[in-house]
Design a protein around this ligand. Sequence first.
Ligand SMILES: Cc1cc2nc3c(=O)[nH]c(=O)nc-3n(C[C@H](O)[C@H](O)[C@H](O)COP(=O)(O)OP(=O)(O)OC[C@H]3O[C@@H](n4cnc5c(N)ncnc54)[C@H](O)[C@@H]3O)c2cc1C
Length: 360
Amino acid sequence: MPDASAQPTTDADRAIPGPLAGYTTLRTGGPAERIVAVGSADELVQAVRTATEPVLILAGGSNVVIGDDGFPGTVVLVRSRGVRVIAEDATSVTVRVDAGEPWDDLVATTVANGWAGLECLSGIPGSTGATPIQNVGAYGQEVAETITGVEVYDRVEGTRQVIPAADCGFAYRGSIFKYMDRWVVLSVDFRLTRSPLSGPVRYAELARALGVEVGDQVPLADARSVVLRLRAGKGMVLDANDPDTRSVGSFFTNPVLDRATYEQLLERSAEVGDPPAWPGADGLVKVSAAWLIDKAGFAKGHPGEGGVAISSKHTLALTNRSGTAHTADLLTLARTIRDQVHARFGVTLHPEPVLINCTL
Ligand SMILES: Cc1cc2nc3c(=O)[nH]c(=O)nc-3n(C[C@H](O)[C@H](O)[C@H](O)COP(=O)(O)OP(=O)(O)OC[C@H]3O[C@@H](n4cnc5c(N)ncnc54)[C@H](O)[C@@H]3O)c2cc1C
């Protein structure tokens, strides 16, 4: 089976037939009409310009759910690699990173070089070019904090341009790029701080595991290794030997509720206690989706039909447990969870991955 991780292009894999399951971390998804791998930004632009429509940009395949019928068009696999320092001064370094650069390789490089800003995002699968798409985040850090600009190919205008971070519409697991075919990410610029220490640790679980208080700073390598350990314990680091990692990570986003809906939730959850919640701007409250799912009656390991199951390590991850499951089975389980959470708590869960040629 082809490797779903971002690899450099070789001539041999420029036009690869076969089911898309092999290019996704879920290991589900039917065939594409055509699959083309590109090894540079120029090749990516050229491939998108000349491809038979529709076009799907696919990199690590770790945040997509592809239907069992596959994709009726051209899939462009992003395999461009490279990390260049484009600006630096006494306190900071700005790196330009090609879209296909494997994300965790980049994080490891920044930690080794004493560049702070990405350390808590260790162990997230996929490519660097996909990180602005949903403003990738974990353990109190988001890429929106360090991205200064995103170089894109605009498919509507047919031009290349850099979109400054302020215009990217970054939000919790979102940006102007998510669910939009218009922009193809070619490279991403990150401004990182020269520091042997991490930024202040914001996530209570991480602070506890590091043996520090929230707000303390720790050596970058310590932050990285503890994040990797915590993630592995939850099946959130890809491991070919661990079926719990045959997933897209979190299947649902944490719902963000207005005050009235949050108050209703508290009334409906009175018997089982208050959900973990994080207050945000404008009176909005983000609530733990994992808690809602658990309290709606779905424990870790809960099986669905056809070889799918909730991860045995994390309530939010839906997995292709058997390795031979179909997307339809996974979506049936997802629907059952969504509907039961809604019936029990009146809160609608939304999927985090991008659904391609399938619906929830
Ligand atoms: C085990 C596991 C743990 C995870 N943990 C986290 C986590 O902690 N935090 C988090 O935020 N996410 C997490 N994820 C989700 C995922 O890893 C990230 O969203 C990642 O950035 C997706 O990268 P990718 O290259 O695999 O994107 P893909 O799955 O290939 O693509 C995702 C979407 O981005 C688009 N896309 C990809 N590349 C480009 C490009 N160059 N230009 C335009 N569009 C593009 C695709 O068309 C698709 O719509 C996890 C996933 C798994 C499997």
